[in-house]
Ligand binder design. Structure first.
Ligand SMILES: *Cc1c(COP(=O)(O)O)cnc(C)c1O
Length: 365
C-alpha cells in the first residue's frame, strides 16, 4: 500500500486524502434502472430519494436522464442543490411553515399533513403547487391519523386555486417499525378510492412507502392500486428495510470507505483497571481475547455510525470514539503497517454521516 500511495503522489502531485468515501455511480445507476423497471412491471412509478447522500449534484446529474418521476429529499437545501436538473423535485418531509417560500421555489410537489400549512402554501403561491396528503396507518410518524380530519382537509384543498391534490401516501417502518403488509397498504388504496368517488378526482399517486415495501415487491404482493414508491436505501445499498434482507439482483457495494491506519500495537482486549463510563456515557462490555493485535484508523463517530465493516474478514470493528475507530486485527492474514489504507463496507447511517462530515473526502466514480 505504501508503494501504491507513492504512485498516487507522483500521478496526482499530492497525497491521497483520507478518510475517503468512494461512490460507484455506475453500480448505483444499474440498481436504479433495475428497481425502476421492476416497479413498472407492477404498475408503480419511482421517486428516487436523495437524502442519504445530501443530494450530491455530481451523482444525480448522472441520473437525470432516467425518467424518474421525482428526485425526493427531506431538506429543501438538498433540493436546491438539484435545482438545475430537469427531473421534478419532491419534498418528502412535511414543510416547516417558515420555509414555504423556498418550498415553492425548489419543490414541484410536497408531502403534507397539516391543513394550516397547506393554507399557507395556497396564500403564498403564484403558480400551481402539487401536494400528496400523508395518511398515518399506525407507524406514528407523519400523516393524518383521523380519517374525518383527512376528509375535511381534502374538502378544503379541492377548492384551492394553486394547491393541487395529486395523491395520498403513507410512510412505514421509520418510527414505529410497522412492517408493510398487503392489508395495511389496502387501507391506503381504500382511502384513495373514497376520495376519488367523493370528489371526482383522478388522484394518480398512491404512494405506498419506502424501501421497507420492497419485500412485497419481491413477492409480487403489493396491492393493485398502489401506484408509486419512494426509494432511497434499496437503490443505494441493495437492501430492503422491513427485514434488512439483501436483494440478490442488486449491487451491495456502491459505497466503499477508506481510512488510514494511525496506530498498530499488541494490547490487552479488556481495559486495565477500574471500568466506568466511556466518552459517550455508555457502559461498554469487553470480550477477553487476551493480548492481541489492535489498530486505530483516523475515523470516528463524527464521520460514521455503527454500520461499518472491514472488507478484510480478519479485521473486526471493536468500537469508536469521536475521532478514533478501533479494530481487532489479530485474525487478518495480511501484514499491515501504520499508513496503510483499510477499506470498509458501509451501510445507511455511516454513509449519511460520512456525506455530512466535512472531514471525509468524497470520490465519485
Ligand atoms: C427517507 C424517506 C423515504 C425513503 O426511505 P428509504 O428507506 O431510504 O427507501 C421515503 N419516504 C419518506 C417520507 C422518507 O422520509
Amino acid at each position: 500500500m505504501i508503494s501504491n500511495r507513492i504512485k498516487v503522489e507522483v500521478e496526482n502531485k499530492r497525497l491521497e486524502m483520507y478518510p475517503k468515501l468512494i461512490i460507484d455511480t455506475k453500480k448505483y445507476r444499474e440498481n436504479i434502472i433495475k428497481i425502476q423497471s421492476k416497479l413498472k412491471e407492477q404498475g408503480m412509478s419511482m421517486a428516487l430519494i436523495t437524502k442519504c447522500i445530501m443530494a450530491n449534484p455530481k451523482v444525480y446529474e448522472k441520473m437525470d436522464d432516467l425518467d424518474l418521476l421525482y428526485f425526493g429529499d427531506s431538506r429543501l437545501q438538498n433540493l436546491e442543490r438539484l435545482a438545475h436538473l430537469k427531473t421534478k423535485k419532491m419534498l418528502i418531509r412535511i414543510p416547516m411553515p417558515s420555509e414555504i417560500d423556498d418550498l415553492l421555489k425548489y419543490a414541484d410537489v410536497s408531502l403534507e399533513s397539516e391543513i394550516s400549512t397547506i393554507r399557507l402554501i395556497e396564500e403564498r403561491a403564484s403558480k400551481k403547487h402539487q401536494i400528496i396528503l400523508m395518511v398515518d396507518l399506525g407507524d406514528l410518524r407523519e400523516g393524518f391519523y383521523d380519517r374525518q380530519e383527512l376528509m375535511q382537509a381534502v374538502d378544503e384543498v379541492v377548492k384551492m386555486k394553486c394547491v393541487e391534490l395529486i395523491g395520498i401516501g403513507v410512510n412505514l417502518t421509520c418510527y414505529g417499525a410497522l412492517i408493510p403488509t398487503p392489508e395495511k397498504l389496502n387501507e391506503l388504496v381504500e382511502v384513495a378510492e373514497e376520495i376519488r368517488g367523493k370528489y371526482n378526482l383522478e388522484l394518480p399517486i398512491v404512494s405506498g412507502g419506502n424501501s421497507s415495501t420492497f419485500d412485497l415487491v419481491e413477492n409480487n404482493t403489493v396491492p393493485k392500486g398502489i401506484t408509486n414508491l419512494r426509494i432511497g436505501e434499496a437503490a443505494l445499498f441493495g437492501t430492503e428495510s422491513a427485514y434488512g434482507k439483501k436483494i440478490p439482483w442488486l449491487h451491495h457495494d456502491v459505497f466503499t470507505l477508506e481510512a488510514e491506519l494511525i496506530e498498530l500495537k499488541i494490547k490487552d482486549s479488556v481495559p486495565v483497571g477500574k471500568i466506568g463510563f466511556n466518552a459517550f456515557k455508555e457502559h461498554p462490555v469487553f470480550e477477553d481475547r487476551g493480548k492481541h493485535l489492535r489498530g486505530i484508523v483516523g475515523l470516528g463517530r463524527q464521520d460514521i455510525g455503527d454500520d461499518i465493516y472491514a472488507k478484510d474478514s480478519g479485521i473486526h470493528v471493536l468500537g469508536s470514539s469521536s475521532d478514533h475507530l478501533i479494530l481487532d486485527m489479530q485474525d487478518s492474514k495480511k501484514e499491515y503497517q501504520v499508513g496503510d489504507v483499510i477499506s470498509f463496507d458501509v451501510h445507511y447511517t455511516s454513509v449519511l454521516r460520512a456525506m455530512i462530515s466535512p472531514f471525509v473526502e468524497v470520490e465519485i466514480l
